[in-house]
Design a protein around this ligand. Structure first.
Ligand SMILES: [Zn+2]
Length: 416
């Protein structure tokens, strides 16, 4: 007999439609690793035959997800990419485990890798979590970032550098053979490295089409770092599934995105830019002058504008934030959702959907909704995130996190 759990007296944010939205007072029955029933009011269940968890009005929502994650960046990371890449493997692995645990404890049950510092960081961490050795979220593993000769990050010694479509196809195949399921390619620059401005475009249509095809053959997909319009347009027209940043969007980029509406996802990293232009990185040497040279002020405003356009067009935005810098510290991941409400004009429920409902289909996992049949990945928080999105950032309101129907985290400050 599989174990059944009844969650009583919950404010349920289903992220499922129909019926859409929120059940003010309801019950959820879990059977094994899945949701069996969701109901307004009380479910008629023999309470002696199930484990009953009375949450007394707390909000229950699907476990959150983040589509742009670097598990490799330690809790004390300070932009020292090369030293992390070259750190001794054993202590580094423990650093990565601590980050995975932090995601879970922050309410995140799904993370999508956006490139690792040491080749097997995501894969080995996922394997250890799946075996039950470590607490952590579900991980869609990424590998070493791939860039083009002469392009951004090519001279750091921590990327895979390719020169043409054949070369790129081989690099994609090699990573997929090790278990990577989301490849990360640099196809634009980034103003924070002034020699490689955001408008620069790297690689070309032939290369990207080859990468998309090869990843597809392995059941994986391509994600790209694309900040300028031309790089976004190229990614959309060549079949790239996950486009990170998309800070600048001209009419051509929007047209290509529109044509791919059903199988493209845009992951902005808005809180990162917000924190940068708000001076949060200054204590770590990112001076106003450096921000000025990066062009980040302009980029930030363009990104807010672009996200409003994408939202109007119904092109899916998925939450993801490049978290792990000291000015966007691990554990503060849900700040990304606050920025969507505050700056893009989303309702709190819409913002939550970017981290739940809309992520499931991207990775092909049956997660992100509370409906019968879905995997029971759940977050239980005090307060009402549908009226105040910031409650998701408060560790003291986080009661528990379930993954596959099991309590994967229970807040020790609330349950001594
Ligand atoms: Zn990143």
């Amino acid at each position: 007999m599989t174990e059944r759990t009844l969650i009583r007296n919950a404010r349920i944010v289903t992220c499922s439609e129909p019926p859409a939205g929120v059940i003010a007072d309801g019950d959820i029955l879990l059977d094994g690793d899945r949701v069996a029933e969701v109901s307004a009011g009380r479910l008629a269940v023999d309470e002696h035959a199930v484990r009953v968890v009375d949450v007394r009005g707390a909000a229950v929502l699907p476990g959150l997800g983040d589509a742009h994650v670097h598990l490799s960046w330690p809790l004390d990371f300070v932009f020292d990419h090369v030293s992390v890449a070259n750190a001794p493997a054993a202590p580094h692995a423990l650093d990565v485990a601590a980050v995975a645990r932090t995601y879970l404890e922050s309410g995140y049950t799904l993370v999508i890798g956006a490139g690792v510092s040491q080749p097997f960081d995501d894969i080995r961490t996922r394997d250890a979590i799946d075996r039950g050795y470590l607490p952590g979220p579900r991980i869609l593993p990424s590998g070493t970032m791939i860039t083009e000769a002469g392009a951004i990050s090519a001279d750091t010694g921590m990327t895979t550098v390719v020169t043409d479509a054949r070369d790129l196809r081989e690099a994609v195949a090699r990573q997929c053979d090790t278990g990577v399921r989301v490849l990360k390619l640099f196809i634009s620059g980034d103003g924070i490295v002034p020699e490689y401005p955001s408008d620069d475009v790297y690689m070309n249509d032939e290369m990207l089409a080859a990468a998309v095809d090869e990843a597809d053959r392995h059941g994986a997909f391509i994600s790209v770092h694309a900040r300028g319009s031309a790089s976004v347009a190229m990614a959309a027209r060549t079949g790239v599934r996950l486009i990170h940043h998309a800070c600048f969007l001209d009419e051509a980029a929007l047209r290509e995105l529109r044509a791919r509406r059903d199988d493209v996802w845009v992951c902005p990293g808005l809180h990162y830019l917000y924190a940068m232009v708000s001076g949060h990185a200054e204590p770590w040497g990112v001076t106003p002058d450096k921000i000025e040279r990066a062009g980040y002020e302009k980029e930030f405003h363009a990104q807010v504008e672009g996200l409003r356009l994408l939202r109007d067009e119904g092109i899916r935005i998925v939450a993801g934030g490049d978290f792990g810098h000291q000015w966007t510290r691990h554990g503060t991941y849900a700040a990304e959702l606050e920025r969507y409400v505050e700056l893009v004009g989303m309702s709190p429920v819409e913002a939550i959907n970017t981290a739940t409902r809309d992520l499931g289909p991207l990775v092909g996992f049956d997660v992100g909704q509370i409906r019968p049949g879905a995997l029971a990945d759940l977050l239980i928080v005090d307060g009402d995130p549908t009226t105040d999105i910031t409650v998701l950032q408060d560790p003291d309101r986080r009661r528990a996190v379930l993954k596959g129907g099991e309590f994967a985290y229970v807040n020790p400050r609330l349950y001594p």
